[in-house]
Each structure stands twice: as C-alpha cells, then as structure tokens.
Design a protein around this ligand. Structure first.
Ligand code: SPV
Ligand code: MG
Length: 267
C-alpha cells in the first residue's frame, strides 16, 4: 500500500497490508510539488525516515531514476538503506522524470541503465532489494524491447522487475509475465487497469501488487469534502460524523503509553 508520510504508513499497517510503497507521486503531492523530479533527495529521505519510523513494515521506496546517473543512484540506495528502507525501485526513463500516468519521457539507454543497476547492487548487495522498473509500455515500445530490457536488468543484478502500464486492461502485463517465465519476481501497479481481479495476478504468479496512490487520493477527496462543508455551513456539527475523532489521533500514536510513562516519572 502507498504511503506518503508516517501517518499514511501507520494507517496502512493497521489495515493489514504487508508492505509499503513510498510513492514519488504521493510524496510529491504531499509536499505540494509535481512528480517531475521536483522533490530533492534530502526531502525524499526525510519522508522515508518518517515512514520507516512509524511502522514495522518493509518499505519499498520509489527512487524514480535514482536522481540521474549511477553515482547519484548508488548514493540514494546507500542512504535509503541507512534509513531502514527495505528496497528501492529505479525506473529506466530519462531524468528529469515525469509521472508515468501523466506523460512519457524518453527511455534511458539500456546499457547505461544496466550499469546504474549494477552500481547500486555493487554498493548495497543484499542489504537493499533492488527493483528494476521498466517503462517501455508507457512509451508503447512493445514486448520485444520489454523482454530485452528485463533480461538485461536481471543480468545487471536486479532482484525483481516492476512492469508498468497505463492501459485500461491488464493485457500488456499478462503478455509480459507469460514471455518472462518468472526469471525474477514481477511487481505490478494496477492503477489504470483496476478491473482485473487479484486472482488473475495470483494465477500468473505475479509476486506483488502495489496500490500506488490510493491513500493520497483518499486524503485529497476527504479534505476537499470537509473543507467545502465547513466553509459552506460555517460550523462543524455535520462534519463530525465523517471525520476522525480526536481519540483516533491519540490511539494511533499511543498517547496512553506516554501518559503511563509520565506517571512513572521522573525520568
Ligand atoms: C508512484 O506511485 O509514484 C508511481 C506509480 O511511480 S505511478 O504513479 O503509477 O507511475
Ligand atoms: Mg513514482
């Protein structure tokens, strides 16, 4: 499940998800930037620290292009490991990236991107899972180029392949999985092709499904609704049924534990 801050991470953990996706789109949105390489590396690291700090779940960080070249990518990977991330996904589009569901960027050169992956793997070895994200279907490059890239990235040391698509059906994804024959685990992001039941992915032996932006989508809709209501009604009487109670704040972040330790004071 997507997380863009410590709160969304904590809520996803309580809902029962098994892992978190630190989404570039949602993190950029939460900081009021565009998902077009406007969030700096240090801003991303600060958010990841809070996501990791608020849950026990493994966090896969959306590393975009790794901030351009092999050197910045391995520096990003090293710092993510230091902050407790479980993995990083790097995508083979050119810097500055653009969100894949909004527009497309030229693909990175296959050899250069493979070198970027190899540099990351040489740096973090098994301390950080490396997911190679292939953007060929975003730019309509077809299955042959996609498979070629997947094998090159596997040879370069990637631990898994994230295959992305912005079609409204899962056809491209299922072609890929069929042709790929599970050389490495496959990760998908079914934001646009959201009608396919999960059982189809289980049958295709897809390893992980990322619900990439849904906490942020929920937050935007809920904040907009409550703001519109309060400004119209000039009170909060009718909003209280739809919003979290203050007790939920206190419960989420265990204020009672704080109260108990204060009772045992002085520390
Ligand atoms: C993200 O969540 O930032 C992603 C997935 O990269 S998508 O927005 O679908 O490209
Ligand atoms: Mg992203």
């Amino acid at each position: 499940m997507e997380a863009h801050d410590g709160l969304s991470a904590a809520i996803a953990e309580r809902a029962g998800f098994k892992g978190l996706w630190a989404s570039s789109l949602s993190i950029a949105c939460s900081l009021s930037y565009r998902d077009a390489a406007e969030v700096s590396c240090s801003q991303l690291l600060r958010v990841v620290e809070r996501i990791v700090g608020s849950t026990e779940l493994p966090v896969l960080v959306d590393g975009d292009t790794g901030f351009d070249d092999f050197n910045s990518a391995r520096s990003l990977a090293r710092k993510l490991h230091q902050r407790g991330a479980a993995g990083v996904a790097l995508e083979d589009s050119c810097f500055p990236k653009m969100n894949s569901l909004f527009g497309e960027r030229p693909l990175a050169d296959i050899n250069e991107f493979s070198g970027r992956l190899r540099a990351v793997k040489d740096t973090v070895a098994d301390d950080l899972v490396l997911v190679a994200r292939i953007e060929t279907f975003i730019g309509a490059h077809g299955i042959d180029e996609t498979i070629l890239r997947a094998h090159a990235y596997a040879d370069a040391g990637a631990d898994a392949i994230l295959i992305h698509s912005r079609k409204s059906t899962a056809d491209e994804i299922l072609w890929f999985v069929h042709a790929w024959r599970n050389r490495l685990p496959v990760v998908i992001v079914p934001t646009k092709y959201d009608r396919t039941p999960l059982s189809a992915y289980r049958n295709a032996r897809i390893s992980a499904v990322i619900w990439a932006n849904h906490s942020m989508q929920a937050a935007i809709a809920a904040m907009r609704q409550v703001d519109d209501r309060i400004i119209t009604e000039e009170n909060t009487v009718n909003t209280e049924l739809d919003i979290a109670t203050l007790d939920e704040f206190f419960e989420l972040f265990m204020y009672d534990e704080l109260a108990r330790s204060e009772a045992r004071a002085p520390y």
